[in-house]
Design a binder for this molecule. Structure first.
Ligand code: 5AD
Length: 358
């Protein structure tokens, strides 16, 4: 049997691969790559069916105190005009998401230490009272255990905190102001508080090797992440990494496929960054194991200022148009938007409750 066929058979049977085996699959080319993505696509269908969960993304503030060397929102980017949406604007965006049929909203912002926890907790509470059938995901970076607890008590269901890379040396280079171990601790705190946890990383970071990507995948598995956001690094002109190259779409597809095989029950989004990397990117990743899309519902007037990377897809289209284009694309590949909140299959027991006291 060919090596790639043997490794795919192994992971389908055991959900395990060694680091070297993952690296071997990351190098897969042409028919080998097609075999890998087809296996992941079948796995996705067996676990989740053909429904794709749509999560409405509200980018409610681009204020950020961090200086991550890849990100367009980093504090040193003086060209960007900074905004924070008002509570009324955020509620209106949540209403739009609900009207469009989305049953998850994601509140995302830069990492902004001055964003008052009390105000945010109040807002979470209002949203959850108004739309009890809608799950709420937070994505606002590293905060204290106490803040995470307040947001959870207020009703937040999930939290997205990507590790970005598990190579500590690379992590330190990319995040001069933050601490690798603190980020890990934040993820563990979130899990202990009963959040469904999303992790993830960027693929194609300058200095990142296939071994690093393999380590990341093994980390997501060990963490038992409910969601894994895998996106290509896209160089931003207003950052120190402006001149770095972009990765190939093929590498992103293979990484998503491996994540599906190693974490069969985790939600895997086709990220906006993959859509921005290549016109067919989102479709390709949806056919390589992904089962989630996060259409933007941020008011159009703010979209341009949430520029994580250049050429970000969908900055011109209103929420309804974005939804239509997702639906059309899903239909073209025999998929459809799934009803309901789309909770992590393993997390159902913890919804509405706090399983562990910290
Ligand atoms: N390229 C790709 N993704 C990026 N992000 C931030 N900057 C970039 C970039 N230049 C991603 C990070 C972060 C998410 C909100 O956006 O992975 O977690």
């Amino acid at each position: 049997m060919k090596t790639v066929t043997r490794l795919i058979k192994k992971v389908l049977e055991t959900q395990r691969l060694s680091k070297q085996e993952i690296v071997r699959l990351l190098w897969a080319k042409d028919t080998e790559k097609a075999e890998l993505t087809a296996a992941a696509d079948t796995r996705r269908r067996t676990v989740f069916g053909d429904g794709v969960h749509l999560r409405g993304l509200i980018e409610f503030s681009n204020q950020c105190g961090q200086r991550c060397t890849y990100c367009g929102l980093q504090a040193g980017n003086g060209i960007l005009s900074r905004y924070t949406m008002t509570a009324a604007e955020i509620l209106a965006a949540a209403a739009t998401a609900h009207d469009l049929g989305y049953r998850t909203i994601v509140l995302q912002s830069g990492q902004h230490p001055d964003m008052p926890a009390a105000k945010l907790a109040q807002l979470i509470n209002r949203i959850k009272k108004q739309w009890p059938d809608m799950a709420l995901t937070l994505s606002i970076g590293e905060r204290s255990l106490e803040h995470y607890r307040r947001f959870r008590t207020a009703g937040a269901d999930r939290y997205l905190l990507k590790q970005e890379t598990t190579n500590e040396r690379l992590y330190r280079q990319l995040h001069p102001q933050s601490d690798y171990n603190n980020r890990l601790q934040c993820a563990w705190n979130l899990q202990a508080l009963g959040y469904q946890l999303g992790s993830g990383h960027m693929v194609g970071l300058p200095g990142q090797t296939a071994e690093d990507i393999a380590d990341d995948l093994l980390f997501f598995q060990a963490l038992n992440a409910d969601m894994v956001g895998i996106g290509p690094f896209i160089p931003h002109p207003a950052t120190p990494l402006a001149d770095a190259p972009r990765p190939d779409l093929a590498l992103v597809e293979k990484t998503v496929a491996l994540a599906r095989l190693l974490l069969p029950r985790s939600h895997l989004p086709a990220t906006t960054s993959v859509e921005s990397l290549a016109p067919q990117g989102r479709k390709a990743v949806l056919q390589a194991g992904a089962n989630v899309v996060m259409p933007n519902v941020t008011p159009l007037c703010y979209r341009r200022d949430y520029q994580l990377y250049p050429g970000k897809a969908g900055v011109e289209q209103a929420a309804r148009r974005l939804q239509e284009s997702v639906e059309t694309e899903l239909k073209s590949i025999g998929r459809f938007s799934a009803p309901g909140r789309g909770d992590a299959p393993g997390a159902l027991a913890t919804i509405g409750g706090m399983p562990h006291e910290l």
